[in-house]
Design a protein around this ligand. Structure first.
Ligand SMILES: [Ca+2]
Ligand SMILES: [Ca+2]
Length: 304
């Protein structure tokens, strides 16, 4: 595969606490009650919800959900994983269609939004999470096809977010950053698979994953490389209206997948990276139903 270099997208120096890497797994405290799987069962009563006790006593800041509304060209970034008026909502400032929203780690504090354009094969990131922010646009990813989908991770563990692209037709994965051209096949032949990435086991190395909409399954690999998956999680959610995201939903440890069903406007956040896992359910208002929203997740950097 020939790759035209994308160049450094200049997410610049990044803080240690990334949505995509370096999140360590807090160990249960000695004597703390645990469930059958060894996960701590106690936690502050003011957790994300009563149905979801925190898995640790000293959570960091959680990753929270967000959306890009393709119809309104608008980002909506939530301050918590619950129904609310989005804490940050602003127009993307572009009229381009079919943008694939992403979240990436930025200089200073937190994550910023952007998009990958299938038409131009470029990644654009905002300097700040606000309207009319300065944008940075990558070079053309020369070998990417017209339907390739983006995902963001830190492939070389330098703290800076890197682009990945997935071809749902051929299952080809391309990592144009940071070393211009790693490519491999991942995921078997599945229809319309959707990529995601994260540090699934909390060892500081980002892995990759795919949501398989026809099966309602998520496959995860602990590294960004080809071959068989390390984990397959069967969810109760399938169909082409379901899109994946990834985050540390309670601030307690490794990154976990989440799903958003755009028809029912419902968010499902997995509590564990294992089959049959429990999940937190966030039913958004009916005004979200059937919309052109795609989910993203991050520790959103507030605008200055
Ligand atoms: Ca990197
Ligand atoms: Ca990892």
């Amino acid at each position: 595969m020939t790759v035209v270099g994308v160049g450094v997208i200049a997410f610049a120096t990044l803080e240690a606490c990334s949505s995509f890497s370096g999140t360590s797994t807090p160990e249960p405290e000695a004597g703390a009650p645990t469930d059958a799987a060894g996960n701590p069962t106690d936690g502050p009563a003011d957790g994300p919800s009563e149905a979801s006790p925190l898995r640790c006593k000293s959570p960091g800041s959680p990753t929270t959900i967000g959306f890009y509304d393709e119809e309104k060209k608008r980002f909506e970034l939530f301050s918590k994983n619950a129904v609310e008026d989005p804490a940050l909502a602003f127009n993307s400032g572009t009229t381009e269609m079919n943008l694939q929203p992403i979240a990436a780690h930025a200089t200073g504090q937190g994550d910023i939004v952007g998009w990958y354009s299938q038409a131009t094969r470029r990644l654009t990131t905002l300097a700040q999470n606000k309207m009319n922010a300065t944008t940075k646009t990558s070079a053309v990813v020369g070998s990417a096809g017209p339907l390739w989908r983006p995902f963001i991770g830190d492939w070389n563990k330098d703290g800076a977010s890197d682009l990945g692209l997935f071809d749902p037709a051929t299952r080809d994965v391309l990592l144009p950053e940071p070393d211009a051209g790693a490519s491999f096949a991942f995921g078997g032949t599945v229809f319309d698979a959707r990529p995601l990435a994260g540090d699934w086991n909390g060892d500081g190395q980002d892995g990759i994953g795919l949501f398989l909409p026809n099966e309602g399954a998520i496959i995860l690999k602990q590294v960004a490389a080809g071959g068989a998956e390390d984990l397959k999680i069967q969810t109760n959610h399938k169909g082409l209206s379901v899109w994946p995201m990834a985050g540390d939903w309670d601030g307690c440890g490794p990154v976990r997948p989440g799903l958003y069903d755009s028809v029912s406007a419902t968010v499902y956040l997995l509590r564990e990276n294992k089959d049959g896992t429990a999940e937190d359910v966030i039913k958004l208002p009916s005004s979200y139903e059937g919309s052109a929203r795609r989910p993203i997740a991050g520790r959103w950097q507030p605008p200055p």
